[in-house]
Design a binder for this molecule. Structure first.
Ligand SMILES: [Zn+2]
Ligand SMILES: [Zn+2]
Length: 295
């Protein structure tokens, strides 16, 4: 079990202006491991019916995309309804799978996520082994298998907070930081790392997709490169892992234990950026879209 630190102040009492913006996110806390098809995972094997072809990408013609298609997609995420109760599973489904082709794709120079919603009880015979990634696959886009340990956390918007609310809370933010050392943006607002629900872990200005039906899509999940950005945040490194930070800094060698906590998946999306997946829950066919940004 991993635990996110509680804020050192009563957020509802100190920031009543933020109450309407409060959301629950589920941090997945990936850690290197050997998850099975029967467990939620990042980069682990997927529950896949043997009679369903493995998905491939034929987006040939791009500089870095080898032309000898089909290119097998790689598993990125598998989530079960019992682990993430507030994820908006379509009626009758209880498994969400995310895959992508491990190459840069137009126009964002990042992988393009693809979603599968399934019902576990109807899967039947299962694929015993996942296809190997293409030998030229960009290893920055192939997540190492990680077990997950979901934890629900309260968050508040940073980039998504309206300017008029910023101006209402600005003086209080300064006072809280002076009193506690905790900064709103980095410590109190949007949770870092791979997560579902809540606010996208933007590193740039928000860019919410609009569904063809005309409404703004919902944030379904964030695939982030890092579980926390620097290690000196007060909030996002789990309490159970703080001892491993001893002696850590950005110049620490790659085998320092802190690196495995900050970047358990080995993903590097641009310059430590993220891919954000959105869905429309109003449309029956559950359309989805994504955004990518980095610092
Ligand atoms: Zn591709
Ligand atoms: Zn829609």
């Amino acid at each position: 079990m991993y635990t996110t630190a509680l804020a050192p102040i009563d957020m509802d009492a100190v920031f009543p202006q933020l109450a309407a913006f409060k959301r629950i996110t589920t941090r997945l806390h990936p850690r290197k491991g050997s998850p099975s098809v029967d467990h939620g995972s990042v980069g682990g094997p997927l529950l896949w019916p043997t009679d369903e072809p493995w998905p491939t990408c034929d987006d040939a013609g791009l500089d870095e995309h080898p032309a000898d298609t089909p290119m097998p997609l790689v598993p990125v995420l598998q989530l079960f309804a019992e682990d993430i109760p507030d994820l908006p599973f379509p009626e009758g489904s209880d498994v969400l799978q995310v895959l992508w082709c491990p190459f840069d794709h137009y126009p964002s120079s990042a992988p393009v996520p693809r979603l599968r919603w399934r019902r576990r009880s109807t899967i039947g015979p299962r694929l015993a082994a996942m296809p190997n990634p293409h030998p030229d696959a960009d290893t920055r886009y192939v997540p190492d298998p990680c077990a997950i340990d979901p934890e629900q956390v309260v968050e508040y918007p940073s980039y998504d907070l309206p300017e008029e609310v910023w101006s209402q809370i600005r003086n209080t933010l300064v006072r809280v930081e002076a009193d506690t050392g905790w900064q709103y943006d980095t410590d109190l607002a949007v949770a870092s790392g791979i997560k579902t629900g809540g606010y996208p872990g933007w590193t740039q200005s928000p860019d919410w997709p609009i569904c063809d039906c005309g409404i703004q899509m919902e944030h379904l999940l964030t695939i982030a490169s890092w579980e926390f950005s620097r290690g000196d945040e007060h909030r996002w490194p789990p309490l159970e892992n703080r001892h491993a930070m001893t002696g850590w800094n950005f110049d620490s060698p790659n085998d320092h234990p802190w690196r495995a906590l900050q970047n358990p998946t080995g993903l590097m999306l641009g310059d430590a950026g993220g891919i954000y997946v959105f869905v429309c829950t109003s449309c029956p066919n559950r359309p989805y879209d994504h955004r990518f940004d980095c610092s």
